[in-house]
Design a protein around this ligand. Structure first.
Ligand code: PBG
Length: 322
């Protein structure tokens, strides 16, 4: 006697009925890159199908996001000047702050998340304050908190610190609470690995470090128990949502976090993961739609509740085609 597992795979009706993981537009968060200037919509060469937008050009893309049913976007700003302490990141009239206001005016119901970090705004490209060649944890914290507060003041629905300094969730929670933003949640990039998969993003955001690397603050790809410690601390410091990043090479981390913690989990399907699919599809080696949907399904199956992905809009279109 053996079990005939194939009975439940016999046709698409029964396959639909027993499917365990089903993607829908609510799963996706779409990253948007905003630049200074006017009348700019230029394709990001490393992230085909994604664009740099000046604020006056956001209308169409926001309309598209809404029409496709995506509920949230995460904003990245590329300022036109940088300095040692990332001043343009916390200016009241900074690029992200203005973009948030514009998007909330265009689509009040669209959920606007902001990436809270310094690397796009520092002349040295690191995610914090530099002393010598070291990124100083404690000196960075007040800047990260200031950036988060300025995003909340501009109307961000949620802030997402991606700098990997220890203690930042606690400081952000405190500063938000003290300033009347008790209800603004924190989505923490808790287990953010020092990954080569961020390459295309750094080109898109002009945020590659000018010296050294991020190994002293982002996590070693070899470690998973350490990720649980990071997540646990972020939860204790007040994170509302925890994130694992990147997604594809870290599905074990997503699964373990899902089994251990009850908070919503976000996974970031990062730029390199996207660019590899695009490049291979362009070469005719793989079927872009099938591979992308299989990847997104696997991220959800591993336990992610939210998937930040450059495929968000295409995935919604593909779901409609099915
Ligand atoms: C900012 C930040 C990075 C990404 C998201 N936020 C880059 C980095 O840490 O170097 C990467 C996203 C992607 O690769 O898609 N710190």
């Amino acid at each position: 006697m053996f079990k005939r597992h194939r009975r439940l795979r016999a046709n698409s009706t029964i396959r639909d009925m027993v499917r365990e993981t089903v993607l829908n537009p609510n799963d996706f968060i779409y990253p948007i890159f905003v630049v200074e200037g006017h009348n700019i919509k230029s394709e990001i060469s490393s992230l085909k199908g994604n664009y740099h937008y000046s604020i006056d050009m956001l209308d169409d893309i926001i309309e598209k996001v809404k029409q496709l049913g995506v509920k949230g976007v995460i904003l990245f700003g590329i300022p036109d000047h940088k300095d040692e302490v990332a001043t343009p990141a916390f200016e009241e009239n900074g690029i992200v702050q203005r973009a948030v206001k514009k998007i909330k005016a265009l689509a009040p119901e669209l959920y606007v998340i902001t990436d809270v970090c310094m690397c796009e705004y520092t002349s040295h490209g690191h995610c914090g304050i530099i002393h010598g060649h070291e990124v100083d944890n404690d000196d960075t914290l007040e800047y990260i908190a200031k950036i988060a507060l300025s995003h909340a003041k501009s109307g961000a629905d949620m802030v997402a610190p991606s700098d990997m300094m220890d203690g930042r969730v606690l400081l952000i929670r405190n500063i938000l609470d003290e300033n009347g933003f008790k209800n603004v949640p924190i989505m923490s990039y808790s287990a953010k690995y020092c990954s080569a998969f961020y390459g295309p993003f750094r080109e898109a955001a002009n945020s590659a470090p000018k010296f050294g690397n991020r190994k002293s603050y982002q996590m070693d790809p070899a470690n998973v128990r350490e990720a649980m410690l990071e997540i646990e601390d972020d939860i204790n410091e007040g994170a509302d949502i925890i994130m694992v990043k990147p997604a594809m090479s870290y599905l074990d981390v997503v699964r373990l976090a899902r089994d251990r913690y009850d908070l919503p989990i976000a996974a970031y399907n990062v730029s390199g993961e996207y660019a590899m699919v695009k490049a291979a599809a362009e070469m005719g080696y793989i079927d872009e739609k099938a591979v992308a949907m299989e990847m997104l399904t696997s991220i959800k199956r591993a336990g992610a509740n939210m998937i930040i992905t450059y495929f968000a809009l295409d995935a919604c279109k593909w779901l409609r085609e099915e």
